[in-house]
Design a protein around this ligand. Structure first.
Ligand code: AMP
Length: 210
């Protein structure tokens, strides 16, 4: 299954992608995570994109498309994949269509108010990137990762100014992709406001495993 996960930041795309990747045995490809790893490891790519990401803006199409092209060329992506956070602009969607024919773009539908609540309460493990939420998905021990015990931190771009910017960028640059995929009869809408377990159940009904 070749899927794109669309939706505003904080819609729960990443959380669902982890569940789907495991259940359907396909790789979860998050461009945001690739960039964050590059920043953590201080690679040339990381140094180039850090300020842009911290400010909640988009990395250039050229850089992002090249990155995805390389990732999709790897053998594990041949049987299927979940692209989480890509494409985010029409030129990226057009470039993706040249690389591969996706089965569906899953649109995670959610209100801005809930997005702000989710993002401002999000905590991330600084070592293994596992996501938590102070109210909706708290760790067993406050401030510590259940998986590896490292400290939980607030992503720089989950601070309120960056959240506002990211939502603005989403509405302007990414939301038009909903129309792009609807016109191609590839859009599947999912209500992203319930808990991740409920959203996962809806997903499984929409995309039964063969
Ligand atoms: P995410 O984890 O998907 O919220 O992505 C975090 C940040 O990485 C975004 O706010 C952008 O700065 C950058 N980013 C991720 N994916 C893309 C993309 N497809 N195009 C441009 N920038 C991206």
């Amino acid at each position: 299954m070749k899927l794109v996960f669309l939706g505003p930041p904080g819609a729960g795309k990443g959380t669902l992608a982890v569940l789907v990747a495991e259940a359907y045995n396909i790789p979860h490809i998050s461009t945001g995570e690739i960039f964050r790893t590059a920043i953590r490891e201080k690679t040339p790519l990381g140094l180039k994109v850090q300020a842009i990401i911290d400010a909640g803006q988009l990395v250039s199409d050229d850089i992002t498309i090249e990155l995805v092209k390389e990732r999709l060329a790897k053998s594990d992506a041949k049987k299927g994949f979940i692209l989480d956070g890509f494409p985010r602009t029409i030129p990226q969607a057009e470039a993706l269509a040249e690389i591969v024919n996706i089965d569906s773009a899953v649109n995670f539908d959610i209100d801005d108010e809930l997005v702000v609540k989710r993002l401002s309460g999000r905590r991330v493990c600084k070592t293994c990137s596992q996501n938590y939420h102070v109210d909706f998905m708290p760790p067993k021990v406050e401030g510590k990762c259940d998986k590896c015990g490292s400290d939980l931190i607030i992503r720089e771009d989950d601070k309120i100014e960056a959240i506002t910017k990211r939502l603005e960028v989403y509405r302007k640059q990414t939301e038009p992709l909903i129309g792009f995929y609807r016109e191609k009869n590839k859009l599947t809408d999912v209500d992203a406001s319930p808990s991740s377990g409920t959203v996962f159940e809806s997903f499984q009904k929409l995309f039964p495993q063969t």
